[in-house]
Design a protein around this ligand. Sequence first.
Ligand SMILES: C[S@@+](CC[C@H](N)C(=O)[O-])C[C@H]1O[C@@H](n2cnc3c(N)ncnc32)[C@H](O)[C@@H]1O
Length: 282
Amino acid sequence: MSVDINDDVDRPTRQALLASVHRHTGITMTEKKWPLLQGRLRRRLQALSLDSYRDYLDVLDSRADEATYFIDLVTTNETSFFRTPRIWDYLWQQFLPRWHNEHAGSILQIWSAAASSGEEAYSLAMLCEEYRERHPAFRYRILATDIAKYVVGAGEIGLYQGRSIDGLRRSRPAFFEKYFAKIDDRFAVVPALRANVSFREHNLYRRLADPLRIDLVLLRNVLIYFDDAGQQAVVDNVASSLVPDGVLIIGESESLSRHRTGFDFEQPLIYRKQEAMRERRA
Ligand SMILES: C[S@@+](CC[C@H](N)C(=O)[O-])C[C@H]1O[C@@H](n2cnc3c(N)ncnc32)[C@H](O)[C@@H]1O
């Protein structure tokens, strides 16, 4: 049954909900973003049969499991396969040959941080599989993490449809044919691709619990949601899992220029961790 929700929300309640977004995710939302947040929370109020945002705030503050739903609703999970073509050209033409040449016998460790529903991680896996076909000794693992439980689950399942898969079918038809199998009206990632990708929930405001020695991290289109202090904290956390000389790739609307990061600029969007970078503890 549909509930009549009171859309007239007082300032303290609005402020408290906007602050809750920051507390749970680190995402900064100003008062200007209230209509967006209100729209996203509306269906949750309906699902809980609540008619006021104040009541929802009480639920969020009193029920531990509500945060999971809240985080799923307030995050923006827009993504696509092979987003930003020039970084994939860089990985294929420069990063993979150089890394392989310098690390014979090692396993390339990649982290897709803020992976959303997995398109970025599986794009990396397709590229690595292609590279492995040409260099059979090459081995790799990909860790895909995101704060939102729903998208982590979707990535793990690896079933795609609509805009997401249509884009890949158009831009890289050979990859689409090779790495996806049709199941009803959706397309499943083939097991060979999935075998090297693992998914995990992770908040970038924390360090990875088991800090792997990551060689390459994609931290793309997520820093834009954080304020300067948040960006600095997240970049420091990510850097702590990277090997010296490891590569960090950010999104097109993002920049590290305002921060003290211990990374050297290599090319637009691409940074390399300084050999002598000392860890800064938050
Ligand atoms: C716009 S998507 C970017 C996905 C992908 N990296 C890309 O560039 O296509 C941003 C993702 O960041 C995630 N995110 C937001 N805040 C986060 C946090 N504090 N920790 C980890 N992930 C976060 C969101 O859940 C969302 O899936």
